[in-house]
Write a protein that binds this ligand. Structure first.
Ligand SMILES: O=C(O)CCC(=O)C(=O)O
Length: 272
């Protein structure tokens, strides 16, 4: 499914859009289940916080108002979403890009930006949220439920930034992890508009973010994280939880073992 040119682009630029991985019928079913999940279980007050917002939101009256709807692990709520995570066209493409015949699902997270006030994301790597030893053996896949363009706040990337390795982020109780706004500028990024059914892939270490949704449409994206099963997690989201294998069989890796009940034994958290 992935051409040599796509592979080269991904490895050089750190991101790649795959067109129409999901059919219109599949997207319809995923949207319908998502609508129920959003209205029944999701957090409607999930916009990322911090002083950086003032630089990302032009309209001062909107700085404190921007909104994001979020929830993790949609496969716990819907069979259609469980099937989406396993979709062979998706996992085979990611395995080809990582040049591996084994792949493990790690997590899944909804980021839905409501019309006119959908929250921005400051430039960051996903590493601070779920650090792994090797940021190039971990891929995040953004499954698009809606057409996303600049007006709706589509995803942006800093090309080639995955090669910088793990970067130090501004952290703290009052802010979402983000990179210094004077050194990592949104103007230097590339926007990747996508259609519903497209999937945009990027490495754990690729710097990315997005602007306010100023349109009168929703921009719903679900991030699905996949890793090489030997890529040890160091902390954060879904730490200590074995993921289902989506391709191949789990290799035996020193220090990563699963007991007979399927729980991790002695999967040690290293300091980052
Ligand atoms: O949904 C977006 O626009 C950005 C999401 C993001 O930064 C992330 O999933 O890490």
């Amino acid at each position: 499914m992935v051409t040599e040119e796509q592979k080269r682009f991904f490895q050089e630029q750190g991101y790649l859009r795959l067109e129409q991985v999901f059919t219109a019928d599949e997207i319809e079913e995923l949207r319908s289940d998502l609508d129920y999940i959003m209205h029944t279980f999701a957090d409607w007050n999930a916009a990322w916080r911090g002083e950086w917002r003032k630089e990302y939101v032009d309209d001062p009256s909107l700085v404190e108002q921007v909104k994001l709807v979020a929830i993790h692990e949609l496969q716990h709520y819907s069979a259609a979403w469980a099937r989406a995570i396993l979709k062979p066209e998706l996992v085979n493409a990611i395995a080809e890009l990582l040049e591996t015949d084994v792949l493990e699902f790690h997590h899944c997270t909804l980021h839905a930006k409501p019309p006119r006030e959908g929250a921005p994301f400051p430039l960051h790597q996903d590493d601070p949220f779920y650090p792994h030893e090797d940021g190039l053996l971990y891929v995040d896949a953004l499954l698009h439920l809606d057409d996303a363009d600049e007006e709706t706040g589509c995803i942006h990337f800093l090309p080639g930034s995955h090669k910088l390795g793990r970067l130090e982020h501004i952290m703290g109780p009052d802010t979402a992890p983000h990179l210094p706004t004077d050194k990592f500028r949104f103007e230097d990024t590339v926007g990747v508009p996508a259609k519903a059914g497209d999937v945009v892939l990027f490495y754990l270490w690729t710097v990315h973010g997005s602007a306010v949704n100023k349109s009168d449409r929703w921009r719903r994206i679900v991030r699905i994280g996949y890793r090489h099963p030997a890529n040890r997690q160091l902390g954060g989201q879904a730490m200590g939880r074995p993921g289902i294998m989506v391709k191949g069989v789990r290799p035996k890796v020193e220090g990563i073992t699963v007991d007979v009940y399927g729980n991790w034994q002695a999967r040690e958290a290293a300091k980052v």
